[in-house]
Design a protein. Structure first.
Length: 288
């Protein structure tokens, strides 16, 4: 290991929104063909990676985490680290800490973002020098949303989510409401009545309002709390579900409008505001 390699990397693993989600077909292998527009947010998890002389990989939840129910022994962070370790053919070690803020089962991409951040950070710390294409191939083994976080840019996506075209989206603020339920993506995609034949669209169609989330009606039927959140937020602006849910969002032109809506949220409900970003932040490098 080079002495020039930083001892610690700290990196934001951003959340994402699906500004729309169309299911255009189903492949022979069971995966669904999709179209979506990923919007990255300036809200997410904070991960730190430290080289260690102790053998193996360890994952620790930081005290400032707002999400406490993260399984530390079986999650995408550890899976990503082990996959990269296997790719290297070497027994490499690291201590990983996560400050977890993206809810589980919310459609905000928390697990995928954490996995992508782990691949990028350990690729750098372990000096493996894998290119983005190689990392994306590994990431796709972990989940269809991982490649967009490896790209690190808001993007138009097709295929199962791996064919990406970076886009520059207008400035916007989002109110995101998180119903108190976790939605299983596998459960939603297994539903018989899920729409699977939506006609493919272009960016101009999306900008003209010709889009939707094909999973929304199915998720609302199974999870009434999602429908309740959509109806509440829809009083203030057009509201939509992200991914397969459970989180729902609405777009606002400025921060003050978004804050005013969030302030009106009933006390029993949970949410946050975030600004859309077109590119995720570079990591912070430390020699400590």
């Amino acid at each position: 290991m080079s002495t020039l390699a930083p001892a610690t990397i700290r990196w934001l693993a951003p959340a994402k929104l699906n500004l729309f989600l169309h299911i255009t077909g189903r492949r022979a292998d069971g995966y669904h063909e999709l179209q979506t527009l990923f919007q990255l947010l300036n809200f997410g998890d904070q991960l730190s990676f430290q080289l260690t002389d102790d053998p193996g990989l360890s994952l620790h939840l930081r005290p400032d985490s707002t999400i406490r129910n993260l399984p530390l022994d079986h999650n995408l962070i550890i899976q990503a680290a082990k996959l990269l370790q296997k790719q290297s053919g070497r027994r490499l070690s690291a201590r990983i800490e996560v400050s977890k803020h993206i809810p589980l089962g919310a459609g905000l991409g928390g697990g995928s973002s954490d996995a992508a951040t782990t691949l990028m950070a350990l690729n750098r710390l372990w000096e493996l020098n894998l290119c983005q294409t190689q990392l994306a191939e590994l990431g796709l083994q972990l989940g269809a949303d991982v490649p967009v976080f490896l790209l690190g840019k808001s993007a138009w996506a097709e295929g199962v989510g791996e064919r990406l075209e970076p886009v520059s989206l207008p400035d916007a603020w989002y109110v995101v409401i998180m119903p108190t339920c976790q939605v299983s993506t596998a459960e939603i995609f297994a539903q018989e009545h899920l729409t699977r034949n939506t006609t493919a669209i272009k960016m101009a169609d999306f900008l003209a309002g010709g889009s939707r989330n094909d999973c929304e009606s199915v998720t609302c039927g199974l999870y009434p709390k999602v429908e309740k959140a959509l109806n509440w937020l829809g009083q203030y602006a057009p509201a939509r579900m992200t991914g397969t849910g459970a989180a729902v969002f609405a777009r606002f032109e400025n921060e003050s409008e978004a804050r005013a809506v969030l302030a009106a949220l009933p006390a029993a409900e949970h949410g946050f505001i975030a600004q859309g970003i077109n590119s995720s932040l570079e990591p912070e490098l430390h020699d400590d």
